[in-house]
Design a protein around this ligand. Structure first.
Ligand code: HEM
Length: 205
């Protein structure tokens, strides 16, 4: 995998930049009036403020950490890699539990809620497997599971990219979720699985 995650690889650079930019823009509710820049989330504030804040603080943090964790250089700094990996896992735990706790207050369709629900479960599952394999010293499998976890974290980028043509076509942000709540992560996951098969590294252990 190492050549893919070098700074000189343009794909890696574009992916890293999009992670950092989407993470930074996701924190906009903390620097500008929340009810203006995140108006579509205000309805969560009454009963779901804790899970909402957990989700929109730690989801972007996990996303911002993805490029560093995969960057080949971080593997030569094992202490840093380990600590930022712990932060990544804890961020995903907080963000995914936050999204699960918010879902009863979600105002879209149950089809969409099911997509987010499945994504949250897979996010916890793949990240948990990645952590367990690292603790067992099974680093080849650790990389594979963390690649799956990162594909799901990156769904937040894919979702926002997919929203653009749908909004231009006249859909409201809530309507776009009917496609993106499933499509944003299925595309990433299928791409990662296909890449693992192509490289002869596919494993489900
Ligand atoms: C992978 C599992 C994830 C699930 C299941 C999930 C689920 C959700 C749900 C249900 C909402 C509320 C949508 C609404 O009511 O309008 C939401 C909003 C949000 N999520 Fe996630 N999310 C996930 C990952 C992430 C990640 C990795 C980020 C990092 C950027 C993130 C950042 C946000 C932000 C900033 C919002 C507020 C909406 C906005 O900015 O337009 N989420 N998420």
């Amino acid at each position: 995998m190492s050549r893919l995650f070098q700074r000189s690889n343009p794909w890696f650079l574009v992916m890293s930049l999009s992670c950092v930019l989407i993470a930074l823009s996701s924190w906009r509710g903390f620097v500008a009036p929340f009810e203006v820049v995140m108006a579509h989330l205000v309805h969560y504030l009454q009963d779901y403020s804790l899970p909402l804040y957990a989700h929109i603080i730690f989801g972007p943090l996990a996303l911002a950490l993805v490029p560093f964790q995969f960057w080949q250089g971080s593997r030569h700094r094992p202490v840093l890699h380990r600590w930022s990996g712990r932060l990544y896992v804890l961020s995903i735990l907080a963000a995914s539990l936050g999204s699960l706790a918010m879902l009863p207050g979600y105002q879209g369709s149950s089809w969409t809620a099911a997509g987010f629900f499945t994504l949250a479960l897979l996010w916890i599952g793949t990240t948990g497997m990645g952590l367990v394999r690292a603790l067992q010293g099974r680093f080849a499998e650790h990389q594979i599971w963390m690649l799956r976890s990162a594909a799901l974290t990156f769904a937040s980028v894919t979702l926002r990219v997919m929203m653009v043509p749908l909004i231009i076509a006249g859909q409201t942000p809530l309507e776009t979720y009917d496609v993106t709540a499933w499509g944003s992560w299925l595309i990433n996951l299928v791409a990662v699985e296909a890449w693992l098969v192509w490289r002869g590294r596919w494993r489900m252990a």
